[in-house]
Design a protein. Structure first.
Length: 308
């Protein structure tokens, strides 16, 4: 049967939870007659499983000793949240003199591909020991977030010292204290609304915005073209649309002349999407059409023409 728009198996939250876990919890799934995606019938159950799994990941990090770990609903932690904080640098582990000599000897064997299984295991152990990592002291004075990427993978952003924790972090030797010491910040006023209510309010606001767009096809085309263009920036999209980048350059590219519009990619983050979108619209409909044409052309997949 045909299914209405809803949460599908391609949704990042579904990927994170997993269809097996959803089914084990009593959730039902339906398949679109003309599609390849599964549709989630009980989105409420899926969201509860998503929240619980993400919170469990946060709790596991807290158990490791991090001072604070928060669950974040978006696909990345934005700069306006992290900028007021102090980011700690990981520190490299140290090898003893004997371990350093052993590591050098094993490295030579690795270059010659002459290590046996035991030597390879020891080499990996020493490599991990000197790899960069947060120290126990850093972990005790900092924290971060857990979130889920567009691909449904668990992500962490750690090593941040909050302003209110800066003085104690300096006392612990984790960060340097500024001249004149720290100015004690006023305690943050506790919000009158729960995090869940705030998320629900965001959902209602988004639904209102989507409803308004239904009667503005011209604006929708502008938004789509902007979202798919390099002008929207990298790392975060204003639309829940993922586009691939099919390979168009062969291993032997001698004599191949590609139109540069086919290789354009955003490489920097857009700081202000509203300002960037206003500038995009100011360039007119001709620019909009060109941007949309280029974006769609870049995503054309060879498989659409058959197997030949």
């Amino acid at each position: 049967m045909l299914q209405p728009e809803g949460m599908t198996s391609d949704d990042r939250r579904v990927r994170f939870v997993g269809l097996d876990a959803y089914r084990e919890a009593g959730g039902a799934v339906k398949r679109d007659l003309f599609g390849k995606e599964d549709y989630i019938e009980d989105t409420g159950l899926m969201m509860r499983l998503f929240d619980a799994k993400l919170e469990a990941a946060a709790e596991a990090l807290r158990a490791e000793g991090w001072k604070w770990v928060e669950v974040y609903a978006e696909t990345y932690v934005s700069y306006n949240i992290t900028d007021p904080m102090i980011r700690l640098r990981k520190e490299g582990g140290e090898l003893s003199e004997d371990e350093a000599e052993e590591y050098d000897s094993l490295a030579e064997l690795a270059e010659d591909d002459a290590m046996d299984e035991a030597q390879a295991a020891r080499f990996e152990e020493l490599t991990k020991k000197q790899a960069e990592r947060y120290t126990p002291e850093q972990i005790a004075e900092s924290g971060g977030w857990v979130y889920v990427s567009h691909q449904g993978a668990l992500q962490t952003s750690l090593g941040y010292v909050r302003k209110e924790d800066a003085a104690t972090a300096a006392e612990a030797g984790v960060i340097a204290a500024p001249e004149g010491g720290f100015v004690e910040a006023a305690p943050a006023e506790k919000s009158a609304y729960s995090a869940k209510l705030v998320e629900d309010m965001k959902a209602v606001r988004l639904a209102a915005a989507q409803t308004a767009l239904l009667s503005k096809p011209g604006l929708v085309l502008d938004l789509l073209a902007f979202a798919l263009s390099p002008e929207a920036g990298a790392y975060h999209s204003i639309m829940d649309i993922r586009t691939g980048a099919p390979t168009i350059v062969p291993s032997q590219d001698e004599g191949l002349a590609l139109d540069e519009r086919l290789t354009q990619r955003a490489t920097t983050r857009c700081i202000d999407h509203a300002e960037a979108f206003a500038a995009f619209r100011a360039k007119g409909q001709k620019h909009r059409n060109a941007a949309l044409t280029e974006a769609v052309a870049r995503t054309l997949n060879y498989a659409c023409g058959g197997n030949d």
